[in-house]
Design a protein around this ligand. Structure first.
Ligand code: NAI
Ligand code: MG
Length: 488
């Protein structure tokens, strides 16, 4: 059985305890993971603090930091097949997706590597003739990055990349559900030659490892991706250290199809939006809002397309649809679907657990046109369940699109140009995809409104989040300071 290790202060170690990690495709233990408890977390934060202020890291030029990040990007690219295999084994995410996603993760590191020496301060044209005044950008401090199980390499790259570009040091906490790819990533950090303690990679459970890390007095910024309930705990955890917090949470993203849309394209995009990654995506387009006049035809084509989705073992390149990550997750989905059916939702596809080993749940569609308040319309299921409602006109579509507490992503399908522009302005979500869905890039900021969190990852502005400014005043006059009792 494979065994993984923590990475603290440039050394690999076994952890305070070990726990078994399950392969969701079989439901069986496949590897042994190291658990970081209070002592390991404290040592990791201490290492990060020392690295920030005392190691050679603090003395590197921004260009040298960028070079280390370029090296890391190359190593991630070379290791992509191995990292993908580990992520697939540990989380059940299909190898088709993990392998293409991880190769692309290298581009995120390259993007932030390039930014490292383009972070400029400024000179202020101050309104006092005997003063020179500058703004200097400095790293914000020790960053605690906490990620969920899905797409861990990707979700950590959008934190580790900008934080290192800014000159911070990091304690990265992998999810206890599938930490293998990040623990393996630690080896690449080591190989790239970052000074000890600049990046520490640990894993463990939320209530101890996550809580001790986010509340640690030496942590300056907690960059969190995960569920909204955990996010509330993170905010509570930072009540004492007053760390800066950025939150990337879930959603109940609307997928809006107008009658004038290219229907075949919309059908494929809706399949991608809710059934790719078995629906376990923060941006899942889980609420289909379809113009009433085309509902029946649209649903007919969707249901037909579902029939040809290839469910199978996640490590087979031909598989399009794998298991859910955990049994608990499948149970939650089953429960919400059952309650929604009692509330009046009708099952149009799926809903019955297939007879096979592993945590599979079928692509499922629920018609909620007569039960728009059903739980499945408002609860983030983080799984392959599409809830359907209709709308009569544009105003109705906007009202329904904006009717949840979330606001992460949205999709609009229309061939009417002016309508597309009106919709992108009216929808309250951090991302609006028009005639496409689930497109990402290191250049494009990513994040939400409302209970989908705040802060934006990706793009140049993300680096600024990991910096703080220092205002420097320098008096140029040789005259003695006269009156000590007035403000200068
Ligand atoms: P989760 O919220 O259960 O766990 C996320 C991380 O928080 C884990 O590392 C966990 O150990 C840690 N944690 C748990 N309790 C903690 C505590 N009290 N203090 C500190 N840390 C704690 O999320 P899960 O189930 O792993 O992932 C699914 C969720 O993540 C969904 O809601 C999904 O929408 C969201 N997500 C958001 C994304 C975004 O970019 N907006 C991307 C991917 C997922
Ligand atoms: Mg696992």
């Amino acid at each position: 059985m494979q065994q993984f290790q923590l990475y603290i202060n440039g050394k690999f170690e076994a952890g305070a305890a070990q726990f078994e990690s399950i392969n969701p495709a079989t439901g069986k233990t496949w590897a042994i993971m190291p658990e970081a408890k209070t002592d390991e977390v404290n040592r990791a934060v201490c290492a990060a603090k020392n690295a920030l202020y005392q190691s050679e890291w603090a003395g590197l030029t921004a260009t040298q930091r960028g070079k280390l990040l370029f090296k890391l990007a190359d190593l991630v690219e070379q290791a992509a097949p191995r990292l993908a295999e580990l992520e697939t084994n540990d989380t059940g995410k299909i190898i088709r997706e993990t392998s293409s996603q991880i190769s692309y993760v290298a581009e995120y590191y390259r993007y932030y590597a390039g930014i490292a020496d383009k972070l400029e301060g400024s000179y202020l044209p101050i309104d006092k003739s005997d003063m020179q005044t500058w703004l200097i950008r400095e790293p914000v401090g020790v960053v605690a990055a906490i990620v969920p199980w899905n797409s861990q390499l990707f979700l950590s790259a959008v934190k580790v990349g900008p934080a290192l570009a800014a000159g911070c040091s990091i304690v990265l906490k992998a999810s206890e559900e599938g930490p293998a790819p990040l623990l393996e990533f630690a080896k690449l950090v080591d190989q790239a030659g970052f000074p000890a303690g600049v990046v520490n990679v640990i894993t463990g459970f939320g209530p101890e490892c996550g809580a001790v890390l986010s509340s640690h007095p030496d942590v300056a910024h907690v960059a969190f991706t995960g569920g909204p309930e955990t996010a509330k705990n993170i905010v509570k955890n930072t009540a004492e250290n007053l760390a800066k917090v950025s939150l990337e949470l879930g959603g109940k993203s609307p997928f809006i199809v107008f009658a004038d849309a290219d229907i075949q394209s919309a059908v494929n995009a809706q399949i991608a939006a809710i059934f790719a990654a078995t629906g376990q995506s923060c941006v899942a387009g889980s609420r289909l809002l379809v113009e009433a006049s085309i509902k029946d035809e649209f649903i007919r084509q969707l249901v037909k397309r579902i029939d040809s989705i290839r469910m199978g073992l996640p490590n087979d390149m031909k598989t399009e649809y794998g298991p859910l990550c955990t049994l608990r997750q499948r149970q939650k989905i089953e429960d919400v679907v059952a309650v929604s059916v009692q509330q009046g939702a009708k099952i149009l596809a799926g809903g019955i657990i297939p007879v096979r080993e592993g945590y599979y749940y079928p692509p499922t569609i629920l018609d909620c046109t007569h039960a728009p308040q059903a739980d499945c319309m408002t609860t983030e299921l983080f799984g392959p369940v599409l809830s359907v409602d209709t709308f009569e006109n544009e105003a109705d579509a906007i009202q329904k699109a904006n009717s949840t507490v979330y606001g992460l992503a949205s999709g609009v399908f229309t061939n009417n140009l002016t309508r597309a522009h009106r919709m992108m302005k009216a929808i309250k979500s951090g991302i609006v995809w028009v005639n496409t869905y689930r497109a990402v890039s290191p250049l494009a900021p990513f994040g939400g409104y409302g209970l989908s969190g705040h802060g934006r990852e990706g793009g140049t502005s993300a680096v600024l989040d990991y910096t703080t400014t220092k205002t420097v005043w320098l008096r140029t006059s040789d005259e003695p300071i006269a009156d000590p009792f007035v403000m200068r």
